[in-house]
Design a protein around this ligand. Structure first.
Ligand code: FAD
Length: 144
């Protein structure tokens, strides 16, 4: 199996309520379980940051479906890597609201706490996601 990690950013097409997020995560978790895809969806109200991990063809097919989804727009690929192992092997699709993440975790990657460096620099995005992986495994918060 060729393992890949794909990270993209996007903006919601309209303000989303928790039932919208539940619908997205319900579909994501069902499809990803069948496809052996894992990852994490981060949502701030203004943007999504999502990492998909798994077999290359499955991850690419998943990203193609996600890219077509009208619930978000301005979908930009941020990084595409061939890692040795998954960051989120326990999560068919975990979820974190960025408001729930300790501010010091964001400040590690952005001097003023703004999300822009994380959303535009692939190295910073991956370091941030690695910290999120540690945070959720310590606190088990990614359950929505
Ligand atoms: P269909 O189910 O045929 O849907 C076609 C279109 O209808 C969708 O593109 C969407 O625009 C719309 N739609 C579908 N369901 C709803 C709904 N409940 N409310 C409003 N509009 C709807 N899918 C995964 O498999 N894995 C993921 O990790 C994943 N993450 C996602 C992250 C985000 C931010 C978003 C917005 C969607 C995500 N999805 C994910 C869902 C994905 O976009 C597809 O809807 C899903 O994979 C089913 O694909 P499909 O081609 O069968 O679409």
């Amino acid at each position: 199996m060729v393992l890949v990690q794909l990270v993209y950013v996007s903006r919601p097409s309209r303000p989303l309520v928790s039932s919208d997020l539940m619908a997205i995560l319900g579909t994501a978790r069902e499809r990803n379980a069948n496809d052996g895809v894992t990852g994490m969806l981060c949502y701030s109200g203004d943007f999504f940051l999502q990492i998909l991990e798994g077999e290359r063809a499955r991850v690419c097919a998943t990203f193609q479906r996600i890219s077509r989804d009208e619930r978000h727009r301005d979908v930009y690929l941020l990084c595409y890597l061939y890692p040795e192992r998954r960051l989120f092997s326990e999560w068919g699709m975990g979820y974190v609201g960025l408001g729930d993440i300790p501010r010091e975790l964001v400040l590690r990657h952005s001097e003023d706490g703004a999300m822009r460096p994380i959303l535009t620099d692939p190295h910073i995005a991956m370091a941030f996601l690695a910290d999120i992986a540690n945070h959720v495994s310590e606190t088990q918060t990614a359950l929505l």
